[in-house]
Design a protein around this ligand. Structure first.
Ligand code: GLY
Length: 401
């Protein structure tokens, strides 16, 4: 028996090497079909006014109210599925889950109003042109800008909260780079240039104080709000202050790529490339990062699918801006991540995971919260990565192949 299987090995290997890779168009169809099915199921599992958060180890759906930082991702995913499929029932669901976020436009006590409104209302405006959404986005941007401190040059991330034991004076987390998109969109829609100035100041200050010379970044920088001096550089959700927490690296990569998209300034493109050039060689072979690149348990540690999905989406976009000699590498890495996430290992089967699309994300491992679970933002950025991939000019595909 052993001898027979040994004899069969070369045959299997040659069969495998001849197996045709699934075309990206087919893969995209397959994932969006699954997403449509799953996201409708998720809606059925929600009570009115609830937002999906994750599915726990027993398969139970955990929800949040609209104030949780992730409340915009589920409506955002619905909008992306509507964009791909044109399915009017999905559009109705997207509208339903978007408008419940209306009051967030006046939220001034947290930076994540950017995520919340941009993914929901931002996509709603982009896909429908409905001008009723403009006011919400502009108000949201103005609310976020109230958190700007000119001495620091950044918008503040978190206000003091009972669960934040650390006595930060003016904490800024790398995640905040993502919220700048609402400011830039708000600036375009309202023609208030001060919103763009806030975003640019934040991005430049973050580049200086969050980033290390190798292109990796700290999670949190605490500032003196009077002088703008850096008081501390540390982690909250990563393995160690000095380590490279995967999602933080992903937020930065996406954030600087987005800054270039809106401003056309080379300084942001160079920063995005520097981050990508740091990250890519550190990814495991299948492209899905460990939750922290420097965790002491790697290679026997958990992957963070959310970080992989964010990186994939950012890298596809970056490949469209980067010089030709780098573009194919960025796109190729994104494709590698996408293909892995679309496999049975990561893609939920129909009816599984309460209606989430992707398994195996890590929210906050040190806090033991949302560890190895499906998360709304993994789904959102995965779908976005696929839609962005479709838009890449064929020239890059041809160069690659
Ligand atoms: N903004 C929170 C996180 O990335 O977990």
């Amino acid at each position: 028996m052993k001898r027979l299987s040994l004899l069969l090995l070369p045959l299997c290997a040659s069969l495998c090497s001849c197996t045709k890779e699934e075309a990206m168009e087919t893969l995209t169809d397959r994932v969006f079909d699954r997403a449509a099915e799953q996201l409708v199921l998720l809606d059925k599992n929600l009570e009115e006014g609830e937002c999906p958060r994750y599915a726990d180890a027993d398969g139970k759906l955990v929800t949040s109210d609209i104030w949780w930082w992730c409340s915009g991702f589920y409506p955002g995913s619905l909008w992306l599925v509507y964009e791909y499929t044109g399915n009017e029932d999905i559009r109705a669901l997207a509208e339903k889950h978007t408008v419940i976020l209306d009051t967030l436009q006046f939220r001034t006590n947290d930076h994540d109003v950017g995520f919340q409104l941009n993914c929901s209302y931002g996509n709603a405006l982009r896909l429908t042109g409905n001008q009723n959404y403009v006011g919400v986005l502009c108000n949201g941007a103005r609310s976020l800008a109230t958190r700007f401190n000119p001495a620091v040059g950044c918008t503040r991330s978190w206000d003091p909260a009972p669960d934040h034991i650390a006595a930060w004076k003016f904490p800024v987390i790398i995640d905040n780079m993502m919220n700048l998109e609402l400011l830039l969109k708000g600036a375009e829609l309202s023609e208030e240039d001060s919103l763009r100035q806030v975003a640019e100041s934040h991005a430049m200050t973050t580049m200086k104080n969050h980033y290390r010379s190798d292109g990796s970044c700290f999670h949190l920088v605490d500032y003196d709000p009077e002088t703008g001096a850096v008081l501390r550089q540390q982690t909250v959700q990563g393995f160690a202050d000095w380590s490279a927490w995967a999602r933080g690296q992903a937020w930065g990569l996406y954030g600087y790529t987005m800054m270039y998209q809106y401003t056309g300034k080379d300084v942001y493109l160079a920063q995005a490339e520097k981050i990508a050039d740091y990250l890519i060689p550190r990814l495991p072979e299948d492209g899905v990062p460990y939750w922290d690149f420097d965790s002491d348990l790697v290679p026997d540690d958990l992957r963070d699918v959310s970080a992989g999905a964010i990186m994939a989406s950012a890298l596809v976009r970056l490949s469209a801006y980067a010089p030709e000699e780098k573009a194919a590498g960025y796109l190729g890495t994104a494709e590698r991540i996408i293909r892995t996430l679309a496999s049975d290992e990561y893609l939920a089967q129909p009816g599984e995971q309460c209606g989430f699309l992707l398994k195996h994300s890590v929210g906050n491992k040190p806090g033991n919260v949302e560890v190895d679970v499906p998360l709304t933002y993994a789904d959102y950025y995965f779908l976005e990565a696929l839609l962005r991939y479709r838009e890449i000019p064929h020239k890059i595909y041809n160069d690659k192949n």
